[in-house]
Design a protein around this ligand. Structure first.
Ligand code: PGA
Length: 246
């Protein structure tokens, strides 16, 4: 795992956007794995600026999002489909047919998972996957458990996740309790991964992911087994990591 400590949220966002931009320049039809939440918002803003300045072309880029709440239609303001369109897609020249997000209101969610996994496989896998990390060490919505599922699947959200995500809803009861998520196998087959973490509330999860045992209780710890992972993390977390290692 490569670790890049950063001094600010903006520095993290710029660095992540540069890695994405480099990938698209090397491979204009790159397949990007995208994340939602507060963490990647700055990265999307940077990518939009690069596009508006004529430095980046998304016309051939293909994307697959990590996850979606089950039960929310794409028009719901808290759906990840809505988030992606508002915060990124509508500002760049990506083609609609190249965007993939699991459908939260598919009539048959199990079939939707199978279809999503097949689409990723048929396209040749993900070239660059962007990840955030949950306070409990989840990636995508792969929640800590005694076992994990490899492929795209339906999952019940952990209480910590429902609580953490309730900040986006009017009240905690409105937060969906189920979601569709890529599995750890889907994620681990990405050729390159960058994980972003800003804020001290992520400290424990990040430290366990980097230095802890590889365990399904900290899904992000599985990333230790991947050969091309870059963690762009809050310098304060990095300092703590160094102290722990002394
Ligand atoms: P956040 O979520 O970016 O909103 O902190 C990250 C996650 O839960 O994976």
């Amino acid at each position: 795992m490569k670790i890049k400590p950063v001094n600010s949220y903006n520095e993290m966002s710029k660095l992540a956007a540069e890695i994405v931009a480099r990938k698209i320049k090397d491979k204009p039809n790159a397949v990007l794995g995208l994340a939602t939440g507060s963490t990647p918002l700055g990265m999307y803003r940077e990518l939009i600026s690069m596009y508006k300045e004529g430095k980046l072309d998304f016309s051939k880029v293909r994307t697959f999002n990590l996850d979606e709440y089950l039960g929310l239609p794409p028009s719901h303001p808290q759906s990840y489909s809505y988030y992606m369109h508002e915060n990124f897609f509508k500002h760049v020249n990506i083609k609609k047919e190249n965007i993939h997000i699991p459908s939260g209101n598919a009539p048959n969610p199990t079939q939707e998972c199978l279809k999503y996994e097949r689409q990723i496989e048929e396209i040749g896998g993900i070239d660059l996957q962007i990840l955030g990390i949950g306070v409990n060490g989840h990636v995508g919505f792969n929640e800590p458990d005694i076992n994990l599922k490899a492929l795209t699947h339906i999952i019940q959200l952990a209480d910590e996740t429902v609580k953490a995500n309730s900040r986006f809803f009017k009240n905690i009861d409105e937060v969906p309790k189920m979601a569709i998520t890529m599995g750890m196998g889907t994620i681990m087959r990405s050729k390159q991964i960058i994980l972003l973490a800003w804020g001290l509330e992520k400290k424990e999860a990040v430290i366990k992911a980097i230095t802890g045992p590889i365990t399904t209780k900290v899904p992000a710890s599985l990333l230790q087994l991947h050969k091309d992972v870059t963690l762009i993390i809050d310098k304060r977390i990095y300092e703590k990591l160094k102290e722990d290692r002394k």
